[in-house]
Write a protein that binds this ligand. Structure first.
Ligand code: BEZ
Length: 190
């Protein structure tokens, strides 16, 4: 399996910083199994969340990969999620957890206050799986993607659980994500 751990460890953009903001748009929204100093709802501009990345090691297997979230560039879109203020040593285990194609990238992020209004900007990190990584699956008809998600299981559990947890976490945040909610609805057919 292609392994991005080493590449991420060479990412030095935040070297020397005591604290970093990490933006979560997928499992990090509902599965923050790391120590953080603070977390705040936030969004990033120019991106859309899509279930276009294959998962061979968490929600599927090499023979039957699941589908998990990545980000696709979309100039006029925004992607909502959760930002975590962390110390840099938190990244090493995350690099290992997300080694199946995700690379760290720097992006501006905007915080939201409790009313949903913009509340400041900073630079943060995202884990991004681009179309040139070997596990990338890309677009497929919604019903095909939902079928694949319904059938896939991996060491971290079912792919279905991943999607349903993400959909309910987004709902809790008050976020309307048409792609995720449409997939969730399709999942009910299988
Ligand atoms: C996230 O929730 O931001 C995330 C998704 C996939 C890999 C790493 C992070």
């Amino acid at each position: 399996m292609f392994d991005t751990t080493q590449l991420n460890q060479q990412m030095t953009y935040f070297d020397g910083h005591d604290e970093i903001w990490l933006f979560g748009y997928g499992s990090l929204i509902w599965k923050a199994d790391f120590t953080y100093l603070e977390r705040r709802p936030a969004y990033i501009q120019g991106w859309e969340r899509r279930f276009w990345q294959g998962s061979h090691d968490h929600r599927g297997t090499p023979e039957a990969p699941g589908r998990v979230a990545t980000l696709i560039r979309a100039k006029d879109s925004i992607c909502h999620g959760m930002a975590y203020r962390i110390t840099p040593e938190v990244l090493a285990p995350l690099d290992v957890r997300e080694k199946n194609g995700y690379l760290r990238e720097v992006t501006p992020l905007t915080f939201l206050d409790s009313q949903g209004h913009d509340a400041g900007q900073t630079q943060g990190l995202i884990y991004l799986a681009t179309e040139d990584n070997p596990a990338f699956l890309g677009e497929a008809p919604l019903s095909e993607m939902a079928h694949q998600i319904a059938l896939s299981h991996g060491p971290s559990g079912s792919n279905k659980e991943y999607l349903l947890n993400l959909a309910s976490a987004l709902r809790e945040l008050g976020v309307e994500d048409m792609h995720i909610f449409a997939l969730e609805k399709q999942l009910g057919r299988f």
